[in-house]
Write a protein that binds this ligand. Structure first.
Ligand code: ARG
Length: 466
């Protein structure tokens, strides 16, 4: 940020009615150029569409539009090459670019802001910016889904203890478990796609708040910028930030999902559990304990969910007390929004990369499954199929589990005679029921964990990811 001399900097764009300049502190406090300059591409794009419309409508001369186009190309080049002189005195990205444009092309630059306000300009820039992020996010969520699917396919039949209350419940396959996260990501993508519909409306034309006296063509600008339509009420157009809140809400849910997966990865990688290992490049060591390999990436992702939820709360609070229409409060929308998108994009990138680096240890999963009487429900179901009411079957199996516990063995290790002591309905055909493979194969319906169903689910999901 360089300071220009008063002569070259000139007065502020709005200083005509003011008798004294703002203090340096107020200047710094009210400026947003430090963070909103990252929307420079969107700002130029919006300005070009607006100027093109002005010329088409005869509001400015065609020659002015040509000059604006040429000037903006130069401004864009300067910014890209890092030569642009971002100036705190010019408050924000909009005034910085307009000022440089005017320095380059003179009066045509001064005509650009005809029929426009920074209020509808900034709302347009944010929507254009967020639309790009949404499109990038959809691709990254798809990458993450593809990575999960590839691992799920390798382990469509690998038994894992399914837990409830973090106690061994019933066998599932590791592939089936991973597909739960693919489903979450599917809903995340749907939510972002839905959010995009409300992002993709054009505020320009609302001007400061009431519309403009010039014969503008909003539909043309909307089309130029790829918007689906215009914001229909000028007051709402400049003050609405629902779309940003919706984005942060959808992002928060995605981070909930990432955080839950992270929690499982951390747990699975703990030597006490030992179900997986994560590739070294996603882990770090300890500066004091030489033996350590810590799952830093999942831990940080779990932690970063908190900052995204915070941004959602921040934006809700930002908006709740604002009267119509634009208030300077709205300038505070950008940093939370930017940080939410940045955090989510980085997190998804790293997860799509990390999932293929998960090394699964089926022996450890199988050993854990042998410890929790995971097929007890299968035995109860077996008895029900032989005619016993479910509650009685539950009771009989509970007693069998207690006996196995006392013997220190699994249900499958009890002899047929021992099992028959708990119900005479038990016959030799029970053996297939008590094995993990039998338990898995029996849950053979859409959404069930039978390996063939997991395979079919993978194929269906793959088809949606083409
Ligand atoms: N930098 C401002 C923002 O981010 C742009 C709009 C300023 N409008 C105004 N009337 N002061 O919201």
């Amino acid at each position: 940020m360089s300071d220009r001399s008063p002569e070259s900097s000139g007065a502020k764009a709005w200083s005509g009615r003011f008798s004294e300049p703002v203090s340096d502190l107020v200047k710094r406090y009210t400026a947003s150029v430090f963070f909103d300059r990252r929307m420079w591409r969107q700002d130029i794009r919006g300005s070009l569409a607006h100027a093109k419309m002005l010329a088409r409508q005869g509001i400015i001369p065609q020659a002015d539009f040509a000059a604006i186009e040429g000037g903006m190309a130069q401004v864009a080049g300067e910014i890209e090459r890092g030569e642009f002189n971002w100036n705190l005195d010019d408050e924000d990205v909009h005034l910085n670019i307009e000022k440089r444009l005017t320095a380059l092309i003179g009066d045509a630059g001064k005509r650009l802001h005809t029929g426009r306000s920074r209020n509808d300009q900034v709302a347009t820039d944010i929507r254009l910016w967020l639309r790009d992020q949404l499109d990038a996010l959809d691709g990254l969520l798809a990458d993450y889904q593809r990575a999960l699917l590839a691992l799920a396919e390798q382990h469509a039949a690998t038994p894992l203890p399914g837990f409830t209350h973090l106690q061994v419940a019933q066998p599932v396959t590791f592939g089936h478990h991973l597909l739960a996260y693919v489903e979450m990501a599917r809903r995340d993508r749907e939510r972002f796609a839905d959010c995009r519909k409300r992002v993709n409306r054009l505020p320009l034309g609302a001007a400061a708040l009431a519309g403009t006296t010039f014969p503008i063509d909003r539909a043309f600008v909307a089309q130029e910028l790829g918007f689906d339509g215009v914001c229909e009420n000028s007051l709402d157009a400049v003050s609405d930030r629902d779309f940003a809140i919706e984005f942060c809400a959808a992002a928060s849910l995605t981070m909930v999902h990432i955080s839950r997966f992270s929690e499982e990865l951390i747990l699975w990688m703990s030597p006490r559990v030992g179900f997986i290992d994560i590739a070294d490049r996603f882990c770090t060591g300890s500066s004091i304990m030489p033996q350590k390999k810590n799952p830093d990436v999942p831990e940080l992702a779990r932690g970063k969910s908190g900052r995204v939820f915070g941004h959602l709360m921040g934006l809700l609070t930002l908006m709740k007390g604002q009267p119509l229409a634009y208030n300077k409060d709205n300038q505070e929308d950008k940093e939370p929004l930017f940080d939410t998108a940045d955090t989510l994009i980085d997190t998804l990138r790293i997860f799509a990369d990390m999932v293929p680096g998960i090394r699964v240890k089926p022996e450890a999963m199988a050993a854990a499954l042998r410890q929790g009487y995971a097929t007890a429900t299968d035995l109860a179901d077996y008895l029900v199929k032989k005619g016993l009411p479910f509650r009685d079957a539950h009771e009989a199996v509970a007693r069998a589990v207690r006996a196995a516990e006392q013997k220190g063995c699994d249900l499958a290790d009890l002899s047929l005679a021992e099992l028959q002591a708990f119900s005479p309905l038990i016959a030799a055909d029970v053996s297939g029921v008590l094995t993990v493979a039998g338990s898995l194969a029996a849950r053979d319906h859409v959404g069930g964990t039978a390996p063939n169903q997991v395979g079919a689910a993978i194929a269906r999901l793959r088809a949606t990811l083409q």
